[in-house]
Design a protein around this ligand. Sequence first.
Ligand SMILES: Nc1ncnc2c1ncn2[C@@H]1O[C@H](COP(=O)(O)OP(=O)(O)OP(=O)(O)O)[C@@H](O)[C@H]1O
Length: 235
Amino acid sequence: MSQPIFSAHDVSKVYRSGEVEVWALRGVDLDLFEGEMAVLLGPSGSGKSTLLNIMGGLDRASAGTVRFADQELTDYPDSRLTRFRRDHVGFVFQFYNLIPSLTAWENVALVTEISRDPMPPEEALSLVGLDKRMDHFPSQLSGGEQQRVAIARAIAKRPQVLLCDEPTGALDSKTGILVLEALDRINREFGTTTAVITHNAGIREIAHRVFTFQDGGITQMHVNERRIRPQDVVW
Ligand SMILES: Nc1ncnc2c1ncn2[C@@H]1O[C@H](COP(=O)(O)OP(=O)(O)OP(=O)(O)O)[C@@H](O)[C@H]1O
């Protein structure tokens, strides 16, 4: 770990609906270092997803700045933000958003066809342990396997950053651990900077650093002296 690849500085986000204002983020600072695995914890509504979406270019801050490497994202027009997202960021969400009528291989190929320097879909699927399931449709796969297809789809374009919002939220412990193993492997082998939002406090121990959110702010940052392997996570 050396340089921050992401720097969010004094980021606030206000959602307005008529007279009502919701402050989702209140002046948050967060750096993510190249190659780091970060876990974001905190109660529902504390602002975790909002910050991840802003860093990944899916949403915009109301105030503050976000930098990625040497790019200042804050004032990018939509077209440039879309390009940044496409070129550099992989997203994994709680629900896998696979296309049901396409096989695992085809779901991944959809992304590799429009990427600049992708790995072949079969390589991405092999990295998440699904080399034997490439021709299966989502309905023929378990929840954990579908999530691993979603991870393969996210990493196939070789993103520098992987942003994961509750990737194990819909999974039991056994399949959840397989999903964490896939994320851990990609982080270690490719040095992909990875941020994982979770409600499962046991997962914190696989991270280099753990950020705890409360009421739209980060109230604690903890450095793990020793990271544990996903298979040793106590669910
Ligand atoms: N589009 C929106 N319009 C209005 N309010 C929103 C919107 N998106 C989020 N919020 C509010 O912003 C606050 C932060 O939401 P956010 O989803 O970032 O929290 P979170 O910590 O990720 O929660 P969870 O763990 O439940 O996903 C919440 O009060 C939420 O209701």
